[in-house]
Write a protein that binds this ligand. Structure first.
Ligand SMILES: [Zn+2]
Length: 193
């Protein structure tokens, strides 16, 4: 008979080995509880690096507020973070986007959101310069897209379709995606013929 070293109940299902102490076996519930505790402390460490964040703990959920600046005045996004087995379920508000991610992807998510918040809308003169540089048909290769919804993969090649009035570079990517590039945020380069 196997007994969970945490809750002391008999383990009827799969056995799990504690990540904190490899000599201990755990039941599924205790294993995921342990994983979440580890994830939470990692989340706290990540958030400490950003002065514009405020992390609150509720019963089964973490609420992370991301502000536009370090004074915690203009709220930019709210993240509701819950455990989902050994992954995190993150709801990004006000976009209402749900993502199921590994803890290692959480740091990337916060990084992307923080990059996005810093991007302003280009003025008319800047849009004009963008249109001169990225004419329709210009071949572009993506280095990195700062988008947490469904970014185009790094290295993808596409051609410029047009640039709209707020400076978004509308693209026709080789993989069929039409996601636009944001100058000053996304990293990309022109491919010379
Ligand atoms: Zn247990």
């Amino acid at each position: 008979m196997n007994v969970c070293s945490k809750c002391k109940n008999e383990i009827t299902g799969d056995l799990y080995i504690s990540k904190l102490n490899e000599t201990k076996i755990l039941c599924e519930n205790c294993y995921y509880a342990e994983t979440f505790c580890m994830a939470m402390s990692k989340i706290m460490q990540i958030c400490k690096k950003y002065k514009n964040t405020n992390l609150q703990m509720h019963k089964e959920e973490l609420i992370l507020e991301i502000y536009k600046n370090n004074k915690q005045k203009n709220l930019y996004k709210i993240l509701e973070i819950e455990k989902q087995q050994d992954k995190l379920k993150v709801v990004i508000l006000p976009d209402k986007i749900t993502k199921i991610i590994d803890i290692k992807d959480f740091e990337e998510l916060i990084y992307i959101i923080n990059n996005q918040k810093q991007v302003g809308i280009p003025n008319q003169k800047e849009v004009k310069l963008l249109r001169q540089k990225y004419k329709p048909g210009t071949k572009v290769q993506l280095i990195k897209m700062y988008d947490y919804i469904s970014p185009v993969s790094s290295g993808t090649i596409g051609s410029v379709d047009f640039i709209d009035d707020i400076g978004n570079i509308h693209m026709k990517w080789e993989n069929g995606s039409r996601l636009s590039l944001i100058a000053g945020l996304d990293e990309f380069k022109i491919l010379e013929d």
